[in-house]
Write a protein that binds this ligand. Structure first.
Ligand code: SF4
Ligand code: SF4
Length: 260
């Protein structure tokens, strides 16, 4: 990522709408305690061979995921805790300032910079208006605070993989989309999430986190993928979308399938 990219936030508020805002485990607990809602986004990838030590992309994927199985297939599951909202974030004030600025999650402190150090920043992929990248008052996009937030978010994401695997178990989450084909958002009422997180913190404090033992089901909307999954003995569910990039609502989960 280029550190010299310059930027001036216009306070347009676009990045505070229609959220799937990644949260650490402790941020998720704080978010719930302040009246918000959370969900868990899951995708998975087949994982038969270990990556080459020079393959930084695969090593990063490995560091953010946990070992699991789907039927006879060895997979890695990538769980991401998110605050999810259609429309405005509940903390967004009418003048588009953040109502919990000092407590806002790391992801809010980083945007529009990239969290993934392997990802090159592309301003056209961001929600910010053009003048945010052209202002006369611009400042370096990645200052000391943003750099610290990026490091903290990456460190926590890798450190908390086992905790998130246990949270999936406590919430009986065992379905995911195939990475790059879509994702599954698992959502529950606030009380269910709060109880599961409280239990998770007790397990963490007692050092009682356990490895995943679920049989993960791969949800897919692609017939070709169904054939592939059958051929390797994976567990799967074939869902039908009216068109790709559409979502399908099932009890406690939303499946979004990408157009490929
Ligand atoms: S917490 Fe604040 S900065 Fe983050 S999305 Fe909500 S309003 Fe925006
Ligand atoms: S979308 Fe960009 S310019 Fe608009 S409030 Fe968010 S960071 Fe600032």
């Amino acid at each position: 990522m280029k550190d010299e990219v310059e930027f001036s936030c216009t306070s347009c508020g676009r990045c505070c709408h229609d959220l799937k805002l990644p949260l650490s485990v402790s941020e998720a607990k704080n978010w719930l305690e302040r009246g918000g809602e959370i969900g868990v986004i899951c995708d998975l990838m087949p994982w038969v061979d270990e990556p080459d030590p020079a393959d930084k992309v695969s090593l990063r994927k490995k560091s953010l995921s946990f070992q699991a199985r789907s039927g006879l297939l060895s997979v890695r599951v990538n769980p991401v805790l998110v605050a999810h909202y259609e429309g405005a974030c509940p903390h967004l004030l009418s003048d588009f300032r953040c109502g919990q600025y000092d407590l806002r999650p790391l992801a809010c402190r980083i945007y529009p910079a990239e969290v993934n150090p392997l990802q090159v920043l592309d301003p056209s992929s961001k929600l910010c208006p053009e003048d945010a990248w052209q202002s006369k008052d611009f400042i370096p996009l990645i200052d000391h605070g943003v750099r610290n937030a990026i490091e903290a978010m990456n460190e926590l994401a890798a450190l908390e993989v086992s905790a998130k695997a246990n949270l999936c178990r406590l919430l009986s989450i065992k379905s995911a989309a195939l990475a790059n084909q879509g994702y599954v958002l698992h959502h529950f009422d606030r009380l269910t999430c709060m109880n599961a997180l409280s239990e998770l913190f007790e397990l963490m404090l007692a050092g009682l986190l356990v490895p995943d033992q679920s049989d993960w089901s791969v949800i897919t909307h692609r017939s070709e993928t169904v054939d592939d999954l059958k051929s390797v003995g994976a567990s799967f569910a074939h869902v039908h979308l009216k068109s790709p990039n559409q979502s399908l609502e099932l009890p406690n989960l939303t499946y979004i399938g990408f157009e490929i």
